[in-house]
Design a protein around this ligand. Sequence first.
Ligand SMILES: Nc1ncnc2c1ncn2[C@@H]1O[C@H](COP(=O)(O)OP(=O)(O)OP(=O)(O)O)[C@@H](O)[C@H]1O
Length: 255
Amino acid sequence: MDLTLDRVTHRYGDMPVLKDISLRIPAGRILCVIGPSGCGKSTLLRLIGGLERPDEGQVLQLGTPPPGCLNPLTYVFQDFALLPWRSVAGNISLVLEDHGIRGPAAETIIDDVLARTKLNDFHNALPRQLSGGMKQRVAIARALAVNPAVMLLDEPLSALDAQTRELLMEDLVALWERAPFTGVYVTHNLAEAVRLGHSIAVLSRRPGQLRELIDVDVPLADRQPGDPQLEALQARLWQLMKDEAMAADQELLDV
Ligand SMILES: Nc1ncnc2c1ncn2[C@@H]1O[C@H](COP(=O)(O)OP(=O)(O)OP(=O)(O)O)[C@@H](O)[C@H]1O
């Protein structure tokens, strides 16, 4: 499913948060969104996910969801959002129960997404028994269980240490290679943006406007840490963001 944002503008009360954002995310591509703190990145995801409506402009979903799609759009959050009293399988079955899927049909889906996220051996584990990386794998498995057309990822790796982030990035690339999904991936981390984005939208500080949209031509599977082309791109992104990030930081201190 393609996503199109057409001159999206949004305010909270008197405060303009996003201004005149136009973007197209073709089916099967990942757009990373970067920008200084408070520039409206999470708001943009909420508008795309339909949790809020833009004050001006529109968000369009074009095309048909994949066969077996239970939710056209699904979220992965930074804090995993797992129910602590439910097992790994129980957390995933919850989203299936919402759609009336139980018993063997649910087990088939759960086994499939646990295998895809390397969690086969953790079916009955409770969230408190899992590391941060494993918890986020469960959250990703839960998102995959509804076979979404679009994954909306809000800083999914930012609570994890550097090594775990690296492993999860490799897992996300492997998942995408196996079944390319459409993704919108919000991050503060420029290394994640250059590893995972087919394109990268750079927003200005609040009200977030599209400063630049950069296509990254290297196939996801060929992107390795330390790749000079990606490091050069990361340096360019930092140059684009640096002044705005400093100004945004100052603005937060003044509040
Ligand atoms: N529901 C809301 N009501 C009022 N203000 C809000 C609401 N949600 C967010 N804001 C404000 O809107 C601005 C943009 O918030 P948002 O979370 O979208 O930015 P962000 O770029 O994702 O921030 P960060 O990088 O710090 O996560 C911030 O000033 C925030 O305090």
